[in-house]
Design a protein around this ligand. Structure first.
Ligand SMILES: O=C(O)CCC(=O)C(=O)O
Ligand SMILES: [Fe+2]
Length: 206
């Protein structure tokens, strides 16, 4: 625990970090749900590279660079659960004061082992500009939140810790962002998770 609570901050218009949003019980329950979803796999990119995170999708399956109802192996995507939509509305309400009408239909669940990272990118395969809700569990990571022009500076590096909420919408919806590294071993043993999980909730617009 911190001596002083980490303050909520708005990094840029529409980009809100809410530390310690989920309590330990809520985090545990979300980790259990993540364990239950099947099909975590490393995505192969058209460039020939393979992403270091292991990902499972709900609602729609993300492929570089589009959404599909089926996965690479032809199997159907698991449904997006309604309770996750409720959580998304609570998240947007916390970030912006009103979550009414936020109706996410996609979740990307990313697992980071000790060496996984994610390069700077925009979340731009959705046809909607509704906000992205990001929830972090387990190991702390360095999250790089940048500008909407390119993957370079200016950007801000902040820590996302277990239970933190980050919402980016409005003028920040298409900001470049990524995870240069995680801090292995920082996960609370009481959570029972080695590594890091991140869930992003999105509106596909499809
Ligand atoms: O792991 C994170 O915090 C970010 C994940 C992300 O940017 C994505 O899934 O598009
Ligand atoms: Fe992203």
């Amino acid at each position: 625990m911190e001596l002083l609570p980490r303050p909520r901050s708005e990094l840029a218009p529409g980009a809100v970090h809410v530390p310690d949003w989920l309590d330990l019980d809520e985090q545990r329950s979300l980790v259990e749900s993540c364990r239950g979803w099947r099909g975590y796999r490393q995505t192969r990119l058209p460039s020939g590279g393979v992403m270091s995170v292991r990902m499972v999708c709900l609602g729609w399956h993300w492929l570089p660079y589009r959404y599909s109802r089926i996965r690479e192996d032809g199997s159907p995507v698991d449904p997006f659960p309604s309770w996750l939509g409720d959580l998304g509305r609570r998240a947007v309400a916390t970030a912006y004061g009103d979550g009414t009408g936020y109706d996410p239909d996609v979740a990307l669940v990313n697992y980071y082992d000790a060496t996984a990272k994610m390069g700077q990118h925009q979340d731009k395969d959705e046809r909607s500009l509704e906000p992205v809700v990001s929830l972090s569990l387990g190991d702390t990571c360095v999250f790089r939140f940048g500008n909407t022009e390119n993957r370079n500076r200016p950007y801000t590096d902040l820590e996302l810790r277990s239970g933190d909420l980050f919402v980016f919408g409005g003028p920040s919806r298409l900001a470049y962002h990524g995870v240069p590294r995680t801090l292995p071993g920082t996960s609370d043993p009481a959570l029972g998770l080695t590594g890091r999980l991140n869930l992003t909730l999105r509106v596909s617009g499809l």
